[in-house]
Design a protein around this ligand. Structure first.
Ligand code: 13P
Length: 256
């Protein structure tokens, strides 16, 4: 069965004090909601400098209803060596990360990350036994020119050819329409389902074992309808993951 998964992407937000408060409040909210089942996994992908701190905070809650896994937002394709400023997958594993986001549209756009590089990063993550959360998604221009599916196919094909079909069941795919990120615009459930169904069809024999997440202005108010789509297994949440109540409500919506 596919795992429901809700991942918070904190992006470049947080401070020691804010992180402690956010994780503490999330745990309290989850306890109040009375969710004890483990049908839904949750994780937070935090800035590198806070991995140690947030790792300790989430470890302390590993048995509580607010149990949460740790992830990072990017990774180097290199294993070690003279790559100033880079962080390797082995280092992330050493910090007890379970997940790492690769190919987020903000990295593709601001750091010119290519499909090839994203595939290499996914491979580096797998080699360190991390689960890469591979992000795909179209811009508004691409949607309006009817090239959404072609763009996504190209993004996925690069990853597939680099990691190999046999490793596909070890990844998570997050589909985030670029036009829906941080804009308050969300894909309608129909739009999202169409693309997620297409993605699943691209994922080969193990497609049914792969969690597909939707991302782009997911909020408590729209989460349930998105989670009812047959090919959506969870969400990658930006802004709303910085608010404990909103994030716990989204996790809760996935467990109904
Ligand atoms: P928002 O939820 O803020 O739109 O961000 C989505 C996202 O980019 C998550 O990776």
């Amino acid at each position: 069965m596919r795992q429901s998964l809700i991942v918070g992407n904190w992006k470049m937000n947080g401070s020691r004090a804010a992180n402690t408060a956010l994780i503490g409040d999330f745990v309290s909210c989850m306890a109040q909601l009375g969710k004890t089942d483990s049908d839904v996994k949750s994780a937070v992908c935090v800035p590198f400098v806070y991995l140690d701190q947030v790792g300790q905070l989430v470890n302390a809650e590993s048995e509580s209803p607010g149990a949460i896994k740790l992830g990072a937002q990017d990774v180097s394709l290199h294993v070690e060596g003279a790559y100033t400023g880079e962080i390797s997958a082995v280092m992330l594993a050493d910090m007890d990360c379970k997940y790492v986001i690769v190919g987020h549209s903000e990295r593709r756009e601001y750091h010119h990350e290519s499909n090839f590089l994203v595939g290499q990063k996914a491979l580096a993550a797998l080699q360190a036994k991390l689960t890469p959360i591979v992000c795909v998604g179209e811009t508004l221009e691409q949607r309006e020119s009817n090239s959404t599916l072609a763009v996504i196919e190209e993004q996925l094909t690069a990853v597939k050819s680099i990691i190999g079909e046999k490793n596909l069941s070890r990844i998570v795919v997050a589909c985030e329409p670029v036009w829906a990120i941080g804009t308050g615009l969300t894909a309608s459930p129909e739009q999202a389902q169409e693309v997620h169904q297409f993605i699943r069809a691209q994922l080969g024999a193990d497609a049914d074992k792969i969690s597909l997440l939707y991302g782009g202005s997911v909020k408590p108010g729209n989460a349930s309808e998105l989670f009812q789509c047959p090919d959506i297994d969870g969400a990658l949440v930006g802004g709303a993951s910085l608010d404990a109540k909103s994030f716990s409500d989204i996790v809760s919506a996935a467990s109904i």
